[in-house]
Design a protein around this ligand. Structure first.
Ligand code: CTP
Length: 397
């Protein structure tokens, strides 16, 4: 699995940097191409010459090195690899990543990348156990960052406990696992996301507060498990997933057509907040306020895309997942909605303004299926997405 893979190895400034020299050897022995980045602090522990000799590659280090930028820009460097491994990942590097800082080459690459990142933390036991580091670790895991170690044992500083960097062979195994094909490889999953815009006239529309964050997170989590994802999205606030096939639409009618065109799929997740109605008498030209007094809008019902796909006699996805955005009697309404729409699962959430869920970064959901109601604790939308993607992978296995 490792043969011909390209690893960008960021070596931070810790005593464990000496182990990274062996890590480079082990990765190259297995056919990996290793591009090393040595931080300023890392240079205090190992020399660019030894790193370069073992990697058989130029060593990158300076964000503002014009020669490097001319040869290969830092954005390209962050994306050219199959995986980024940070070993040793110091407390400082983890804090920068968790905060989204980018004030040197290593942190800039980590912020700019669209690839998976594997951290091998290494630091003094007190630094590892410090609430700030543990907080950063939770944030990084929520962001989908992978970790290996640290192990427990005697440390170079004379103390004992967790904080010791994983051994090179453990990091090789974690690298291999991170590069393996996910459980959804070969599966096509359709995801709808974001709000729809229903025109009143060419400049005005009716919409809702959906940001598209949960649908985007779900698509990213499915991609991370190896799925091929078609992402049908209304005008959302968040950027669509980079590796999905993105179909941008505006209205519910457009979304229905795009969903139809994207089928067949093994599974479909309807995370979009589709407008229930459109303006039947939408005007082709801008409605002027001084013409005939207040305008009257006549509404017509939009097609129910989830119900339409759930009810397909031929070519129905094996698993159809709907969402239920409710403001009261969440569970009872969601159970009824699942029945009414004919989908397999409903992910129910309370979108009352006081929950801060719609447009926010967290979600508290209940998964309704044939097995009953499974209440998940409130967590980040990314974590909800990962848990849901794993459940989908189990259902399609
Ligand atoms: N949905 C859809 N097409 C629509 C309306 C909703 O595909 N025209 C999907 C949503 O993507 C979601 C589910 O149906 O997965 C439930 O959406 P929700 O807004 O909670 O339900 P509604 O059908 O709009 O019912 P109500 O507004 O009465 O709660």
């Amino acid at each position: 699995m490792l043969a011909d893979k390209h690893i960008l190895l960021i070596i931070g400034g810790g005593i464990a940097a000496y182990k990274s020299l062996d890590l480079i050897r082990q990765l190259r022995k297995r056919g990996c191409q290793v591009t090393p980045v040595l931080t300023k602090a890392g240079r205090e522990f190992v020399t660019p010459l030894s790193v370069s000799a073992l990697a058989g590659s130029k060593v990158y280090g300076d964000l503002f090195d014009l020669t490097d930028e001319a040869e290969m820009g830092h954005i390209e460097l962050s994306r050219a690899a199959d995986l980024i491994v940070v070993a040793p990942a110091t407390a400082d590097l983890m804090a920068k990543m968790a905060a989204g800082l980018s004030n040197d080459l290593a942190s800039t690459l980590l912020l700019a990348t669209d690839k998976r990142v594997l951290l091998a933390p290494s630091m003094n036991v007190r630094m590892w156990e410090h609430p700030a580091t543990q907080r950063n670790l939770v944030t990084l895991k929520d962001d989908g960052i992978l970790t290996v170690g640290p192990g427990e044992g005697d440390m170079a500083c004379g103390e004992y406990g967790p904080g010791r960097m994983a051994e090179p062979m453990e990091i090789v195994a974690a690298t291999d696992a991170a590069l393996s094909d996910g459980p959804l490889k070969g599966k096509h999953v359709l995801v709808t996301s974001g709000p729809t815009h229903e025109p009143i006239d060419p400049v005005r529309y009716i919409a809702n507060r959906s940001s598209g964050a949960q649908g985007t997170a779900i698509a990213n989590a499915l991609l991370a498990l190896g799925a091929e994802v078609t992402f049908v999205t209304g005008p959302a606030d968040v950027a669509p997933p980079m590796d999905a096939t993105v179909v941008a639409i505006e209205t519910a009618q457009d979304m229905l057509a795009a969903v139809g065109a994207a089928l067949p799929a093994d599974a479909a997740v309807f995370a979009a907040a589709v407008a229930d109605w459109h303006v039947a008498n939408a005007s082709d030209s801008k409605i002027k306020k001084d013409k005939d007094g207040l305008p009257t809008l006549n509404f017509a019902e939009n097609p129910d895309i989830l119900a339409a796909v759930s009810g397909m006699e031929k070519g129905r996805p094996k698993l159809v997942v709907g969402f239920a955005a409710e403001t009261n009697d969440v569970q009872a309404n969601a159970v009824a909605k699942r029945k009414r729409k004919g989908c397999d699962w409903i992910v129910a959430n309370d979108v009352s303004p006081e929950t801060g869920i719609m447009g926010g970064s967290e979600n508290a959901v209940t998964l309704i299926s044939d097995d009953g109601a499974d209440v998940w604790p409130r967590m980040g939308k990314d974590a909800v997405a990962r848990q849901l993607a794993e459940r989908i992978a189990q259902a399609l296995a």
